[in-house]
Ligand binder design. Structure first.
Ligand SMILES: [Zn+2]
Ligand SMILES: [Zn+2]
Length: 279
């Protein structure tokens, strides 16, 4: 049996691995195929593709876009993206700018609370175009302004806490269109974490192609529920670990093993769409 892990992050967003390290761990886990899905960026894809090619592993260029639908945050995974697509790159650059100004706002809020974190410390640590809350949390720990990451979120950064800043997002419809025009497939990420199944029919109407039934934070019964929903709406089934590097002594990569037949179904859909567009 061949397996894939289709939800992975590197240091091009809030993961800690380089693309090469990620591929090394994919190899250790005997994966046949991986997809890179960094938040609001495709920057790591070129290096990951190269590293995969060197070890004859299949690679799918992707991204995880932050979107919203009916005031609910939803993450939309894009697969088989043309990472040179001008519209995609332009839109992504805008969202990266929004992410950077959000870091400034969060640090300003911390400063108002008397926490002397410098915004430069966060950007130096993040060292990427898609900085986010985890980078602020890591900087707080590194500067010894808080004991650990959980505490940073609990005390300051979680929704509703004093240094939480809402994130400007694109609409889910816009993100699905953006992915489609870049030749990709749009997949709803970790629906079990959202607990907002009521938005699924709207996403399907917007052109959603698939749903991430298997995820490291989905229980077996959660996965089963989304397999049923995938069946009901004729959505493709995907799965991935959502590995961000080491967590509790070992990386999550490979903890979700998606049977390769699902990758073949994704490929068939991309080919079908390409053929229809060329007609
Ligand atoms: Zn996500
Ligand atoms: Zn993710």
């Amino acid at each position: 049996m061949r397996f894939a892990d289709l939800h992975l992050h590197t240091f091009f967003s809030d993961g800690t691995f380089t693309p090469e390290e990620l591929v090394l761990y994919a190899q250790k886990n005997s994966l046949a195929c991986i997809a890179l899905t960094d938040h609001d960026t495709v920057e790591g894809c070129e290096r990951a593709a190269k590293a995969c090619a060197a070890v004859k592993m299949e690679f799918i260029p992707g991204a995880e876009l932050t979107a919203e639908m009916d005031d609910t945050e939803v993450h939309i995974l894009g697969y088989f993206l043309d990472t040179q697509n001008a519209v995609l790159l332009e839109k992504i650059a805008k969202f990266q700018a929004v992410r950077q100004s959000r870091i400034h706002e969060m640090v300003a809020a911390l400063n108002r609370l008397g926490v002397p974190l410098k915004v430069e410390a966060v950007f130096a640590l993040a060292n990427c175009k898609s900085p986010g809350r985890p980078h602020v949390a890591r900087a707080l720990v590194k500067e010894r302004l808080i004991g650990n990451l959980d505490e940073a979120f609990e005390k300051y950064l979680k929704r509703g806490r004093p240094a939480w800043v809402p994130k400007a997002k694109m609409s889910a419809l816009e993100s699905v269109e953006l992915i489609h025009q870049a030749g990709g497939l749009a997949v709803m990420a970790h629906p079990g974490l959202n607990r907002s199944d009521e938005i699924i029919p709207g996403l399907v109407d917007a052109g959603l192609d698939g749903i991430e039934c298997f995820h490291s934070k989905h229980s077996t019964s959660t996965s089963e529920r989304y397999l049923e929903i995938a069946d009901k709406y004729r959505l493709l089934v995907t799965g991935g670990s959502d590995c961000h590097g080491f967590s509790k002594n070992k990386p999550l990569i490979g903890s979700v093993r998606l049977p390769y037949e699902h990758v073949q179904e994704l490929q068939a859909k991309v080919a079908e769409r390409k053929a229809a567009a060329g007609r």
